[in-house]
Design a protein. Structure first.
Length: 61
């Protein structure tokens, strides 16, 4: 019985388990919303690398 109690109270690997759970949750969220994430990233990339941000020079009139 004492062995089970010590095993239950042992927290040596809890940091690793918590990290794995957080990574797994983030991966699930990324998989669920992958289309929206790709659309968002594509919009940002199009805005950043848009070549015609500066229009043709006008004649000042």
């Amino acid at each position: 019985m004492e062995l089970l109690k010590r095993f239950y109270e042992e927290e040596d690997g809890m940091g690793t388990v918590e990290l794995v759970m957080i990574i797994a949750a983030l991966m699930c969220i990324a998989l669920l919303f992958r289309k929206q994430i790709f659309a968002f990233a594509q919009g940002i990339m199009n805005t950043v690398f848009k070549t015609d941000l500066v229009g043709a020079p006008s004649d000042g009139g």
